[in-house]
Design a protein around this ligand. Structure first.
Ligand code: C5P
Length: 223
């Protein structure tokens, strides 16, 4: 089973991906971490985010170990990620990483959930299920402020809102792999839903689709 989830920052796509992975016993890859890791590695080597050659080398040599750095979760890494994400060679290198993961999920898993910006459109266009998760910008900004505050990090609404708007625009308007829903993706607006409700909606859609296509209907997700 291959599930592709795309969406904007703080839309709840990562939470849905984690929850679906648990519910259907699938391996999960948060592909944003790949871009964040490339951005942070460049900066830690005192390189510019516009240094395309080094960025591509870093992307080509990325390992799972690189995805464990706790600093990847911060907004600094997010902004760096969205700047190197426009480099075609970086995207090409990370495309192989992501497709490999989907083709050869780590043991004991037999399927995957990938979440990002171009999973349903570019990385896994033949995914069995595609979701595009969205929420109003004000609500996403509030969620991020709360998340930052819960980690004792500086959390100013105006700054978070402006950063998120800039990142949304950069991701949606870039020439290569813009963050847009695939034609066959199901859009879920999480603005007024909690994570459990979102999980139940997505699981229901998956089970219905499996039933309609006559696939294994003995699967019972853990909800
Ligand atoms: O999902 P996350 O917020 O961690 O992503 C950080 C940045 O990485 C995004 O703003 C986007 O620019 C880039 N990204 C991407 N394609 C993906 C995942 C992330 O371009 N599949």
């Amino acid at each position: 089973m291959i599930i592709a989830i795309d969406g904007s920052a703080a839309s709840g796509k990562g939470t849905l991906a984690r929850n679906l992975a648990h519910a259907f016993h699938l391996a999960h890859l948060d592909t944003g971490l790949l871009y964040r890791a490339v951005g942070l590695k460049l900066l830690s080597q005192d390189k510019s985010l516009h240094d395309e050659e080094t960025a591509i080398e870093v992307a080509q040599s990325l390992t799972f170990q690189d995805l464990r750095d706790p600093d990847l979760r911060g907004d600094f890494a997010a902004q760096a990620a969205s700047q190197i994400a426009i480099i075609p060679g970086v995207r090409a290198a990370l495309l192989d990483f992501q497709r490999n993961f989907a083709k050869h999920p780590p043991q004991p898993y037999q399927g995957v959930v990938l979440d990002g910006r171009d999973i349903g459109t570019i990385i896994l266009p033949d995914a069995d299920f595609k979701f595009f998760v969205t929420a109003q910008l004000e609500i996403r900004s509030n969620r991020r402020v709360q998340e930052l505050a819960s980690r004792d990090l500086p959390a100013d609404y105006e700054t978070v809102y402006a950063d998120m708007l800039a990142r949304d625009q950069r991701d949606q308007e870039r020439a290569i792999a813009p963050a847009l829903p695939a034609k066959d993706a199901i859009i879920i607006d999480t603005s007024y839903l909690n994570p459990q409700e979102v999980l139940e909606i997505a699981s229901q859609i998956i089970l219905e689709k499996m039933k309609l296509s006559g696939q294994n209907n003995s699967i019972k997700p853990i909800l």
